[in-house]
Write a protein that binds this ligand. Structure first.
Ligand code: ATP
Length: 268
């Protein structure tokens, strides 16, 4: 039986120390080493620095809050106290690299669904609840020649956050505490994320189950969308996705264009 995440009543301020996070953590790889900070500019930046210094695969960087969290296209990601901000260092093979977006979004989806909430994935990696964004994911990597030096999965999840306090996202974002009407243990949420990430990551060499589940959960497919890639705007119907995460867009003139998940913004 999967363990259910239980909302915590009368929340006390929780300690996110490495020892607290690692206690009862049932993973073999991810989270064997945890580095925790009360406040950081960006967990991805510190994780990349650690990776360059040779940190082992599965090392996790956690922060109580990020002061300069980033999304894709250098957009700001708000990550106040009460949210979960973490980054994981991985050493995938080159063919596994595009799947990390899928691994990350599915890990978040699995954990949220254990709380009894329904989720949607907006291509390529936004996790939504009732159409509102609850999580941002940023995968960054360093590829040298044909080898992946390292990859970092960054996850920002609105856990115990009142999005109404942040006018720039109040209309488009939600949080787990808002959806559940109660606060959650962030430690438990982090442990759940690490376990799910590991299960999905270790399943990558075994076939395309991760891709298929991600594809089947996308709300974007068969919908009219607008894509902005640099100075180019595309409009059309999101027809399908490829196993490397790209989107096939059917344009009004009938052309099918392959859009690589990366520096593209999608509006539905
Ligand atoms: P979009 O959400 O516009 O499709 P994107 O998927 O590329 O773009 P990201 O780069 O993942 O977006 O995230 C950055 C965007 O998310 C910001 O521009 C802002 O609109 C929104 N955002 C920032 N912080 C939060 C937050 N804590 N919760 C929900 N949304 C946020």
């Amino acid at each position: 039986m999967p363990r259910r995440l239980v909302p915590v009543k009368n929340m006390v301020e929780e300690n996110l120390s490495p020892a607290d996070i690692k206690r009862n953590l049932k993973t073999e790889l991810i989270g064997k080493k945890v580095i925790a900070y009360p406040s950081l500019s960006s967990t991805n930046d510190i994780a990349k620095r650690q990776a360059r210094k040779g940190a082992r695969e599965g090392t996790v960087v956690v922060a109580e809050e990020q002061t300069a969290g980033r999304g894709r296209l250098k957009r700001a990601w708000l990550s106040p106290k009460g949210s979960v901000a973490l980054s994981i260092i991985l050493h995938p093979t080159p063919p596994q690299l595009p799947s990390l977006i899928m691994v990350a979004s599915l890990a978040v989806v699995h954990c949220i669904e254990k709380m009894g909430l329904k989720t949607q994935i907006k291509w390529p990696n936004d996790v939504l609840i009732k159409g509102k964004k609850v999580c941002g994911i940023l995968v960054e990597s360093d590829v040298r020649g044909k080898a992946v030096d390292y990859a970092v999965i960054g996850i920002g999840l609105n856990v115990n956050v009142n999005t109404a306090d942040f006018p720039e996202i109040a209309a488009t974002a939600t949080s787990l505490s808002q959806e559940l009407g109660k606060e959650l243990s962030r430690r438990e949420v982090i442990r759940c994320l690490l376990v799910e990430l590991e299960d999905l990551y270790l399943a990558l060499p075994e076939g395309d189950s991760v891709f298929r589940e991600w594809r089947d959960r996308l709300v974007t497919l068969e919908k009219e969308v607008e894509l902005i890639a640099g100075n180019t705007k595309y409009k059309g119907v999101a027809e399908s996705v490829a196993s490397d995460g790209s989107l096939f867009l059917r344009q009004p003139d009938g052309n099918l264009t392959k859009i690589v998940a990366g520096d593209v913004s999608l509006r539905q």
